[in-house]
Design a protein around this ligand. Structure first.
Ligand code: G4P
Length: 280
């Protein structure tokens, strides 16, 4: 944790702005709390990735919600949109325009913008960097005045990118955030109870998209455990005792959710932000 903090401080000092990647299906849970604490004041471009799996109505709302002073937001499908890299570069330069215009007005020829790319594991950061830098990913030389160990990627004549590998995901205290990250496989769930994760996710989806799961799995409108039984029945998952195998149903459900096979779903809605804690 302390190492991660040191790495982050070192990198932040070296850049003009931050490009923060988040999962479009969980735009708040997928932010990095440590970044929020440390990055105050730096212009930030939030890139919401995996739009292809998110609810388009919510995506539009989130983009508006997350755009504010000194902060921009863009939603992209990094897998299919060939122009995603160009869009990100354009948006980043647009965000830095006021500062660059000021420099020009003072007779300074602005150097390329230096941006730090960051995001929680598995959010699509490597895919984004490949999209931005294209095939000609060239690692730039060390910059004068900044730590030698940092490697820069020439993304564009006007934009240089600094990757943040190895920055750990910090501990989070909020149970709901944990459930959302676990539901989409953003945290290692080997040590977690997958049935619990699945039931939490079912609860969230039933709340935000009433009737959706019932329709997909042709299951009655019941509590999450009942839904798992319905899924087990629909997919013929039977335990040794001849009962619906809810454990396997949970695995199957999580797999389908994570791969986007349940349709385009956003698990954090803009208007629900202030009333997230639902009664059990
Ligand atoms: P990371 O560096 O942040 O850890 O993430 P990475 O780029 O490795 O991406 C993690 C997974 O997310 C990859 O899938 C990648 O293909 C997928 N991904 C990234 N952006 C998007 C997007 O906009 N839409 C969709 N649908 N998927 C996206 P994987 O199954 O782990 O690997 P692979 O099978 O693609 O190699």
């Amino acid at each position: 944790m302390e190492k991660a903090r040191r790495q982050m401080t070192e990198r932040l000092k070296a850049v003009d702005m931050i490009i923060e990647l988040r999962d479009c299906r969980i735009p708040e849970a997928s932010t990095n709390p440590m970044l929020n604490m440390m990055a105050q004041g730096k212009p930030r471009l939030i890139v919401l990735a995996k739009t292809d799996m998110a609810d388009p109505v919510q995506t539009e709302k989130w983009v508006k919600e997350l755009r504010r002073d000194n902060q921009s937001c863009l939603a992209v499908d990094l897998m299919r949109d060939n122009s995603a890299g160009k869009k990100i570069i354009r948006e980043a330069l647009e965000l830095m325009k006021p500062k660059r215009e000021k420099q020009k007005a003072r007779g300074i020829n602005p150097r390329a913008v230096r941006a730090m790319a960051c995001g929680i594991p598995n959010v699509g950061k490597s895919t984004m960097i490949n999209r931005i830098a294209g095939k000609n990913t060239v690692k730039a030389a060390d910059k004068p005045g900044v730590t030698k160990s940092l490697t820069w990627i020439h993304a564009d004549p006007q934009l240089e990118l600094l990757d943040t590998p190895g920055v750990l995901w910090p501990k989070f205290d909020d149970e709901k955030t944990g459930s959302l990250l676990a539901a989409l496989g953003s945290i290692n769930d080997d040590i977690l109870d997958r049935k619990m994760i699945a039931m939490d996710a079912i609860h969230i989806i039933q709340d935000l998209y009433p009737g959706k799961l019932e329709e997909i799995y042709e299951a009655p409108d019941v509590n999450p455990n009942g839904m798992l039984k319905g899924i087990a029945a629909k997919r013929n998952l039977v335990s040794d005792k001849g009962e619906p195998d809810t454990k396997r149903a949970a695995e199957l459900f999580l797999n389908e959710l994570r791969k986007g096979r349940l349709g385009r779903l956003t698990l954090e809605h803009v208007q629900n932000k202030d009333s997230e804690d639902h009664d059990e």
